[in-house]
Design a binder for this molecule. Structure first.
Ligand SMILES: Nc1ncnc2c1ncn2[C@@H]1O[C@H](COP(=O)(O)OP(=O)(O)OP(=O)(O)O)[C@@H](O)[C@H]1O
Ligand SMILES: [Mg+2]
Length: 348
């Protein structure tokens, strides 16, 4: 396994020829020092995230390590409810930087993602200018000079004071850096995906009236996708890729323990074994980690200390969301419950 990487030398290695030099300004050395201990190794990340109740498999922690050191966005793919969004939340908490989230949807455009002009404020200023026009132009001689003076005012209307920053601009201008989560990118249109490319590779955006805005501190960028559509090659090339599958039994037990600490050990082993068996079936919707957590909470609420066929039947709807799936699992109920009880005995 690689030892701790020197962030700066990595940044140099990673720099594309011709890319703006100011993307790694001297101020970032301070920023990196701030994170150096927390990002010192893959194991350190696993421990730190576990303290925040996010259980990282080694591949997840490795992806965080590499993405943070290289300053490259991380595209996280995987089925629903495996912890993709929560990974960005945990990173923000772990590094102590604000989380800026942008939820993608069909029709999302630049004005919602990047910035809008404050029309009401512009209108108000137009009114004030109209009222004060006499004072403003009192020392102007002739039409040309009056027009020139008015022009200077019109420039103010399209300055930063009239700009309403949306998530992407907020992330680029965050003084202390930020985690930028572009959530469910697969729900946005192709045009929006194309628009993101400049930000993802250059960490800058162009505002026609103002010019280029460059990142004050490079944000840690996460994109998540449920794979409802393929991402473009151009987007993939700008990101590191992480696929988060359903966890294996051991990892899922740790997640349950972290999220539902009051759960008795034997119940935890049994319910995870049951869910893992269910995931082997050909269902309309497989139970996700968040549904295993919900089930653990419900079983605790019902004072169950171990699984039996009756309690499972009564609570199948907690982790299965389709009638056909409930019916299919119901057919296997006794067999799965017996297997789960044996799994517990094996662990004991
Ligand atoms: N590795 C993990 N450690 C701790 N909790 C986890 C982990 N994975 C998932 N969870 C739990 O599952 C819940 C759902 O996770 P999250 O919302 O991040 O899923 P998702 O992959 O973003 O799903 P979707 O694709 O539906 O948005 C989280 O609130 C968290 O409680
Ligand atoms: Mg999510």
């Amino acid at each position: 396994m690689p030892g701790p990487l020197r962030a700066q030398s990595l940044a140099r290695l990673h720099r594309v020829p011709g890319a703006p030099v100011h993307l790694s300004p001297p101020t970032e050395i301070g920023m990196e020092a701030k994170y150096q201990e927390r990002l010192s190794s893959i194991e350190r990340i696993q421990e730190g995230f576990a303290e925040l109740n996010y259980i990282c498999s080694r591949p997840i922690a490795t992806a965080i390590y590499v993405s943070c050191h290289l300053g490259k966005p991380l595209l996280v793919e995987g089925p629903a409810g495996v912890g993709k969004t929560e990974l960005a939340n945990a990173t923000s908490e772990y590094l102590g930087v604000p989380m800026i989230r942008m939820q993608c949807y069909e029709g999302l455009d630049e004005s919602k993602a990047l910035y809008e002009w404050k029309y009401a404020k512009q209108l108000l200023y137009t009114q004030i200018l109209k009222d004060k026009i006499g004072d403003v132009l009192s020392d102007a001689h002739g039409l040309a000079e009056s027009m020139e003076q008015l022009h200077r005012f019109s420039d103010i209307f399209f300055s930063e004071q009239f700009l309403e920053p949306r998530p992407l601009l907020k992330a680029l201008t965050a003084e202390e850096g930020a985690v930028l989560l572009i959530d469910e990118i697969d729900k946005s249109d192709h045009e929006f995906e194309a628009f993101l490319l400049e930000i993802l590779s250059e960490f800058q955006i162009s505002i026609p009236e103002i010019g280029t805005v460059k990142a004050k501190k490079r944000p840690f960028v996460f994109l998540t996708s449920n794979n409802t559509r393929e991402m473009s090659d151009a987007l993939k090339r700008r990101c590191l890729h992480l696929f988060v599958p359903f966890p294996d039994a051991k990892l899922e037990q740790r997640i349950i323990k972290a999220r539902v600490p009051a759960i008795p050990d034997s119940l935890k082993v049994q319910l995870v074994d049951f869910v893992q068996q269910v995931r082997e079936m050909d269902l309309k919707k497989q139970p996700s980690v968040s549904e295993t957590i919900d089930w653990a909470r419900v079983l605790l609420l019902l004072h169950a200390t171990s699984l039996d066929a009756d309690v499972v039947r009564e609570t199948l709807n907690v982790f299965l969301k389709f009638e056909e799936d409930i019916h299919a699992v119901d057919q296997q109920l006794y067999e799965f419950t017996r297997h789960a009880q044996k799994a517990d005995a094996r662990v004991a």
